[in-house]
Every structure is written in C-alpha cells, then in structure tokens.
Write a protein that binds this ligand. Structure first.
Ligand SMILES: Cc1ncc(COP(=O)(O)O)c(C=O)c1O
Length: 342
C-alpha cells in the first residue's frame, strides 16, 4: 500500500513508478525493474545515485555534528565555502547559502533590489526560476503564475529569450535594476542562446548599470561540459545561483556574487534555519571534489557522442523535431508535447 496519493497535496505530475534504490545512472523500482534515469533526478543526480564519497562525507559528518545554525561557526561550513570559492567565477566570492534553488533566487532578487537604486527586474520568456513568490514572479509560465497574480512582484517584465531586438528595451528603460537569465534554459525545453546574444546582453547590462544574474541552478556544476554554462559564451555575470546537484542529494543551494552587491544584504534580511547546515556542507564539499577538469571534459565528450549517435539513430524518426544540447544537458524535441513539470 502506498499512502502518498492519499496524504500528499496533489501538486506533482506523478510518474507510475515506485523507486526502491539507485546506483550510477540506474534506478530500480520495487518490482526490481531497471530504468536508465535520463532525468538525472531532475538535475540533482549529477554524480549518479549512491555516490560513495558523498555517502561517506554525510555519515562521517553526522558522527561529528549534524546541526549548527549559521549564527554559529563550524568547520564543515568553513571548508565548504573555501571549496566553493575555488569553483565560482573569479570575483563572485561572497555567498548566501540556502536549501533549495528557489531560495537562492529569492536571495538574488533581494541582493539586486538592495544594490540598485532602480526597482524593475527583467526576466526572459520560457524562464523557470522556482515557485516561491519572488522566484515565481520571474518565472514565465502562465500555468504556474495564473492563480497567484496577487502575490507576485509587480515590477517585472519579460523580454524574449535569445532575441537581439528585444535587448534594446534594456537600453531604453532607466528603471531596470537587474536581469535574470538562464545561460541554458532547462525547464523551458533545453534552449541554448546564441553566443552573440549573450555577449550583447552582458555588454548592454554593463553599459546601463544593470546587474546580470545567471541562474545556473540547472545548468551549472559541469552539466554542460563547463563548470558554469555561461562560460560557453565568454561572459561573466555579476551574480550566479546554484543548487540541485550541489549537495549530492542533500538540499543545498547558493547565491554567489560580487561582494559589493552581496554585502548590501544586512543581518536578518535573509536567513534559513537549515541553510548551510553541516551535513549539506560536507556533502557539498564531497561533490565539489569530484567536479575536476577531467570529469567536466568527459561530460563535454560524452554529450557530443550522445547527440551524434542519437542524430544517426533517429534520423528517420518523423516524431523527432530536433536533437540539441550542451554537454549532458540535452533534449530530443518531439513533435508532440508532454511536460510533467518540476
Ligand atoms: C533554472 C532553475 N532555477 C530555479 C529552480 C528552482 O529550484 P528548486 O526546485 O530547487 O526550488 C529550478 C528548478 O528546476 C531551475 O531549473
């Protein structure tokens, strides 16, 4: 008997499988049926399931101390932030630590609004940044927004993703504090912008004193064959957000930005009881240790091979509209639509 449908609010599109365990890219259900998980746990299982190093780090941390609020110092957190500082883009070395992606986005919104005398936020068509009120305000899909218009931020506008012409709006509007964009859109359908577009976006935001936030919650941590997806476009944002696989399955997210912006958040203006907890910190350090150059290069190689083989094998499949991706963030776009939603 499974009690989930009876007791859990009906907010998820559910798949008809009951997972028992996982190992590497494989999942097993309770009937011992084997699946290759092409979803990678919605982008969390970047190192595969049952990662030994993460398991050892978590168990050993639990033996020491599992709970230490961010108002207390603790060695696991000190180690994690040092480790994280080595993988974030140079200069984005002040962090806010949370649990979920949406929290990292909320923190980034606050940093942007506090750092700028301006008040408008620009997001992109097709964007997904999470479902808490602030994050939902900059998430594009009407399906997610329509019942909650009354709690959404008012000063948000959407421009067309990957549309050069729409970038002009950033030049003409003096009220824009920040732009949020995904270097590769995940939930929007694995959309990869043109390099020239992203470069222009960076140039215009710089020229107009607009803070550029790259939401790397889905595209970061090596998944596209570079540590951060924005590196493919030779730009550097002012703030990035990270989450999903950062904690190896333990909830952990981070907002990383230039100190001149991050320092505008004052004591008490953003917090979470469990943000930066020692277990997540130990898991995060174990994840970062494994994201070395070799591993990330292998993601790029495997992605290319994967798309090449898929294109060959599916060249006659009329249902396939396009095969595209960067590294192992890939999509087979079909001529029919099925979107289970996060
Ligand atoms: C780009 C991006 N930002 C934010 C989020 C929200 O993360 P979470 O579901 O952990 O709140 C997601 C989740 O899919 C995402 O893909």
């Amino acid at each position: 008997m499974n009690y989930e449908d009876e007791y859990i609010a009906n907010t998820y599109q559910r798949l008809p499988i009951t997972i028992q365990n996982g190992s590497g890219a494989l999942l097993h259900d309770i009937n011992e049926k084997r699946y290759i998980d092409m979803m990678g746990g919605y982008g969390v299982a970047i190192l595969g399931y049952s990662n030994q190093a993460v398991k050892e780090a978590v168990c050993s941390q639990f033996d020491t101390i599992a709970i230490a609020h961010a108002s207390e110092y603790t060695p696991a957190r000190s180690k994690f932030v040092k480790d994280f500082s080595k993988i974030v883009p140079e200069g984005l070395n002040k962090f806010y630590l949370g649990n979920t992606g949406a929290e990292a986005v909320e923190a980034a919104i606050k940093v942007v609004l506090k750092s700028s005398k301006k008040h408008k936020i620009i997001a992109m068509t097709g964007s997904y940044h999470g479902k808490t009120a602030g994050a939902l305000s900059i998430t594009y899909s009407m399906k997610y927004r329509k019942s909650f218009e009354s709690i959404l931020m008012k000063d948000v506008e959407f421009i067309k993703y990957n549309d050069m012409n729409d970038l002009d709006k950033l030049r003409k509007d003096d009220d824009i504090a920040g732009v949020f964009f995904e270097p590769v859109q995940g939930e929007g359908g694995i959309n990869i912008p043109d390099k020239e577009y992203v470069k222009q976006l960076r140039e215009i935001t710089e020229e107009n004193n607009i803070i550029l936030v790259a939401d790397e919650i889905q595209s970061g941590l090596g998944r596209t064959g570079k540590m951060w997806a924005h590196e493919h476009f030779d730009i550097k944002p002012d703030i990035i957000t990270a989450g999903k696989g950062l904690g190896g399955g333990i909830p952990l997210s981070a907002t990383a930005g230039k100190p001149e912006f991050m320092d505008n958040l004052l004591k008490g203006e953003q917090s979470s009881t469990t943000g930066g907890n020692p277990i997540a910190m130990a898991a995060g350090s174990a994840v970062i240790k494994q994201l070395d150059e070799e591993m990330i290069k292998s993601v790029a190689r495997k992605g290319e091979l994967f798309r090449h083989v898929l294109s060959d094998e599916l060249s006659d499949a009329r249902i396939v509209k396009e095969i595209r991706g960067l590294g192992l963030m890939d999509a087979i776009e079909l001529r029919i639509k099925f979107l289970p939603g996060p």
